[in-house]
Design a binder for this molecule. Structure first.
Ligand SMILES: Nc1ncnc2c1ncn2[C@@H]1O[C@H](COP(=O)(O)OP(=O)(O)OP(=O)(O)O)[C@@H](O)[C@H]1O
Length: 221
């Protein structure tokens, strides 16, 4: 399927302070051997912003990002965002229930997928200690951990090339966290976490963002 190549991505805040400078790495996209790049760094060093830049939700100052040799302009913005799917730490509260939301999403993508079936998010989350009743509750009534798992299962079900995960288990208890991690081992991810233990369990490569804009990329043996 190719790879994600990030070349010298840089962004400064409007104050002129460099958030990150010359971020470069590549990540193979291969379902048989999924890679998980963990992004770490102190609070405010730009981890969330970097994920948003990769998804082209936030513009960056300079640098290039390609999937399979093509940039977002060549692929088209909506396809790009579907292939590099950003999953926020706190999912937005939308009206209605998760089940109704999935039905609407399926309707919207049905024509594009031309009969190719999507994965079922309810099935994906069934091993995550999440009661099936939650899919029929209003989003506004879900707990942080429930809505986090629902957002994640919906994201996985869209089958993106790469999941951009912003602290995806921050609201989960250790058992649910372990179950979610087990599932995510099957997917290519860029994963922001503050947990050293989670990094040790999950990372196949590590990108460290330091204050002042310096960054460091290391693969894990
Ligand atoms: N839309 C915005 N406008 C102005 N500044 C912003 C905006 N979004 C983020 N920032 C600033 O950019 C910096 C990086 O924010 P970001 O959320 O990317 O950090 P982070 O490393 O993910 O932090 P944390 O670990 O606390 O989640 C912060 O100083 C933040 O205040």
């Amino acid at each position: 399927m190719g790879s994600l190549v990030v070349d010298k991505l840089s962004l400064s805040l409007s104050s002129g302070i460099a958030l990150f400078t010359n971020v470069s790495f590549s990540l193979d996209i291969d379902r048989r051997e999924p890679q998980r790049l963990v992004v770490r760094g102190r609070s405010g060093t730009g981890k969330t912003t970097l994920l948003k830049c990769l998804a082209n939700l936030v513009p960056y100052d300079s640098g290039e990002v390609h999937i399979g040799g093509k940039n977002a302009k060549q692929i088209g913005m909506s396809t790009w965002r579907a292939r590099l799917l950003y999953v926020p730490q706190r999912p937005p509260v939308v009206p209605g229930t998760p089940r109704a939301f999935i039905a609407k999403l399926d309707q919207l993508t049905a024509q594009k997928r031309k009969g190719l079936s999507l994965l079922d998010p309810i099935e994906i989350a069934s091993g995550w200690n999440l009661s099936k009743d939650m899919w029929d509750k209003e989003f506004s009534q879900l707990s942080g951990g429930e809505s986090q798992r629902i957002a994640l299962a919906i994201a996985i079900s869209r089958e993106p090339d790469i999941l951009l995960l912003d602290e995806p288990t921050s609201a989960l208890d250790p058992d649910a966290c372990a179950r979610v991690e087990e599932t995510l081992k099957e997917y290519t991810c860029i994963w922001v976490t503050h947990s050293q233990e989670q990094e040790n369990r999950m990372a196949t490569a590590i990108l460290t963002l330091n204050a002042g804009g310096d960054t460091e990329f290391n693969s894990v043996d």
